[in-house]
Design a protein around this ligand. Structure first.
Ligand SMILES: [Zn+2]
Ligand SMILES: [Zn+2]
Length: 143
């Protein structure tokens, strides 16, 4: 992934070989990956890797908006590259069959606004669905 150093630096994080390897791995992967998947890859690439370090790096990259966390996908938290890391406010939809991730359009919420008499501090929305190509393959489009 050629622009990985730029993306990491722009997010205010230190560019490290491990972070570069994580971004490259995720950009090459069609599906979101679990910390263990990432750990196995790093072990292969660098000869050593600790799972706690992998968790820390994934969380740091997610906090800075480079990665997208998928909480319940397959029961394990998984991570994927944000389709557009330059847009910090985005919600994603994930295909339950192939793991493809896309952004869902405009969100009408912004933190700080009033919602039902509450001052909104933060919000998260998770969309799951079946992507266009999986719909074609599985004929789920019929109903
Ligand atoms: Zn799909
Ligand atoms: Zn939103």
């Amino acid at each position: 992934m050629r622009n990985a150093p730029v993306i990491i630096r722009k997010a205010g994080l230190k560019v490290t070989p491990v972070r570069l390897a994580i971004l490259t791995l995720l950009s090459d992967s069609v599906r979101p990956l679990s910390p263990r998947d990432v750990h196995d890859h790093l072990l292969e690439k660098f000869g050593r890797s600790g799972l706690p370090g992998v968790y820390r790096n994934l969380e740091a990259l997610a906090e800075s908006g480079i990665l997208f966390r998928i909480p319940g996908f397959g029961r394990v938290r998984r991570y994927a590259l944000c389709p557009n890391p330059d847009n910090p406010h985005q919600h994603h939809i994930i295909c339950i069959y192939c793991g493809r991730i896309s952004e869902v359009g405009e969100c009408r919420y912004h933190d700080g606004m009033m919602v039902g008499g509450y001052r909104l501090l933060t919000h998260a929305m998770q969309f799951e669905g079946i992507c266009g190509s999986c719909l074609l393959q599985t004929n789920h489009s019929r109903s």
